[in-house]
Design a binder for this molecule. Structure first.
Ligand SMILES: Cc1cc2nc3c(=O)[nH]c(=O)nc-3n(C[C@H](O)[C@H](O)[C@H](O)COP(=O)(O)OP(=O)(O)OC[C@H]3O[C@@H](n4cnc5c(N)ncnc54)[C@H](O)[C@@H]3O)c2cc1C
Ligand SMILES: NC(=O)c1ccc[n+]([C@@H]2O[C@H](COP(=O)([O-])OP(=O)(O)OC[C@H]3O[C@@H](n4cnc5c(N)ncnc54)[C@H](O)[C@@H]3O)[C@@H](O)[C@H]2O)c1
Length: 451
């Protein structure tokens, strides 16, 4: 017997930060919108990613700051305790992984929440859990995000390894942990858990930590990690994983490492076949859905967020959602522009970056000029005993990329994001006033060194 077909203007597949934004705003604009979600409304960011991990980082930074008291401010005894961190994550961040608030918000905006796994089954049609058929008169928005990518290492499958999801739900900090991958997830968790007393080993396949950022940032982080007692192995080739009793053994080409826990932080992947994108003519074996600068992927199909491969960040998903929203509503908003995508890795020191790295700028054939200074060149950096760096990448006229590592690196980045986004002429940046003694004065110092 044919299933009843439910009619909507737009069906949004996945209600993470990107999908939630598009679906809620379209519903507020008066369209009939179905939002399909198989896990929790809100997606990865509030439940297993940005928000809970930044609560961990905040707690870990407090511990480190307490540890700095003896040399500058007197006496302090700091005793780490994971219990308040786990409690904050459970009670304040995630409502014990319950999405009622977000689901109610979507309902109040006028949307229809359809719980279940959706799949595109024909142009303008999504089928949920194989039986409930939703027709989308105006189109489908794919906002299905990404999931942890687990490398095919011998022995790994079937072991109780953690991804960001289990690590976020942990009720206690492990005594020891091996972190596979020294990208953003690996370095944030690695430093947090070390500060809560765990023995931490980071195994990174590339030549440095945060390999997609400026090498100077990864080198700085490696120095800080070494001082904090974190073992970092770069160029690591993991050959096998075993789990016996309560311990993991991770074999690399030049040795083995043992720990209570193993965190797999080796990137993200999208499963386009599971979403059925072939039904609208898209390649199911592709890694991401290619979109144009209006987020259009095919006739009547838009995509936003991690699934587009334009930067796996909440702010990119929400930005793309705005662009898609305007296009669906027939408004003439600005097209997507990724020249100044900011990203911040919330280690201590924080690593903020925007635009191109030096290598990317050279690969594009730009007439590259660069300069770098330690953040301590600002009086405030020295006063704080902060470590860090500012690195600027410019073409002939303007900044095309910048990195700020240091205390509040992500906040200092705001100035540079605007400069890269607006292509502010270098002579204007060098002729303005920078407040004394701020961290961002290191930007002024660095500008004067551009060669
Ligand atoms: C540990 C960690 C920390 C992070 N920290 C930050 C940070 O500090 N700042 C930052 O900007 N970014 C951070 N990120 C990245 C950020 O979480 C993601 O970029 C963001 O969540 C992507 O949003 P999205 O809407 O594309 O997808 P997601 O958040 O992945 O949401 C997609 C949703 O779609 C649902 N879904 C998938 N397939 C289907 C289907 N077939 N049917 C129905 N529903 C489906 C999923 O259940 C999910 O709820 C972090 C990521 C991780 C892993
Ligand atoms: N603060 C933030 O904004 C923040 C924090 C965490 C994550 N994120 C987002 O989530 C995405 C995913 O983070 P991630 O750290 O999982 O991915 P990533 O791609 O940033 O880093 C993965 C790292 O794992 C390494 N790797 C891959 N295979 C390996 C192997 N077999 N052995 C050892 N190392 C291996 C890679 O070289 C890379 O350095 C990030 O790219 C970022 O967009 C953002």
């Amino acid at each position: 017997m044919a299933a009843d077909i439910e009619e909507f203007d737009v069906v949004v597949l996945g209600l993470g930060p990107g999908g939630e934004q598009v679906a809620g705003r379209l519903a507020e604009a008066g369209l009939a919108v179905a939002g399909v979600e198989s896990r929790l409304v809100g997606g990865e960011c509030p439940y297993w990613a940005c928000v809970p991990t930044k609560m961990m980082v905040r707690a870990a930074d407090l511990l480190a700051e307490g540890g700095r008291i003896p040399s500058m401010a007197g006496e302090a005894t700091v005793v780490p305790d994971w219990a308040p961190v786990a409690r904050r994550i459970r009670e304040e961040a995630t409502d014990n992984w319950d999405d009622k608030v977000a689901a109610d918000r979507f309902h109040d905006q006028g949307g229809t929440l359809v719980r279940g796994r959706g799949r595109i089954t024909a142009p303008g049609e999504v089928t949920v859990d194989g039986s409930r058929v939703l027709r989308a008169r105006r189109g489908i928005v794919v906002a299905t995000g990404s999931q942890p990518a687990v490398p095919p290492i011998a022995g790994l499958a079937g072991t109780p390894y953690w991804t960001n999801r289990e690590a976020t739900e942990a009720e206690r900090a492990p005594e020891s942990i091996i972190v596979l991958g020294g990208g953003a997830v690996g370095v944030e968790f690695g430093q947090v858990l070390r500060r809560f007393g765990a023995e931490v080993t980071v195994l990174e396949a590339a030549g440095g930590l945060l390999p997609s950022e400026e090498p100077e940032a990864g080198e700085l982080l490696a120095e800080v990690f070494a001082k904090e007692g974190i073992t970092v192995r770069t160029d690591a080739k993991v050959t096998r994983v075993d789990h016996h009793g309560s311990a993991f053994t991770v074999m690399t080409e030049d040795g083995s490492h043992r720990a209570e826990r193993l965190l797999v932080a080796t990137g993200r992947r999208c499963d386009l076949a599971a979403i059925g994108v072939g039904a609208v003519g898209l390649e199911e074996s592709a890694q991401v859905i290619k979109v144009d600068d209006r987020m259009r992927a095919a006739e009547g199909v838009w995509a936003v967020g991690d699934v587009t491969g334009e930067g796996a960040f909440t702010h990119v998903a929400v930005y793309q959602a705005r662009v898609a929203l305007a296009d669906i509503l027939g408004e003439h908003g600005p097209a997507a522009d990724y020249r100044a995508v900011p990203r911040v890795t919330f280690t201590d020191p924080e690593v903020g970056a925007v635009g191109l790295t030096e290598r990317q700028a050279r690969e594009r054939g730009l007439a590259v000029r660069t300069a770098a200074t330690p953040v301590a060149s600002s009086a405030r950096g020295w006063i704080h005993r902060g470590v860090g760096l500012v690195k600027l990448v410019a073409d002939e006229d303007a900044l095309v990329g910048a990195t700020v590592a240091g205390p509040c690196g992500g906040e200092v980045l705001g100035l540079l994001t605007l400069a890269v986004h607006e292509r502010t002429p270098l002579d204007r940046l060098t002729s303005m006033i920078y407040a004394y003694p701020t961290f961002h004065r290191a930007v002024e110092d660095t500008l004067s060194l551009l060669r």
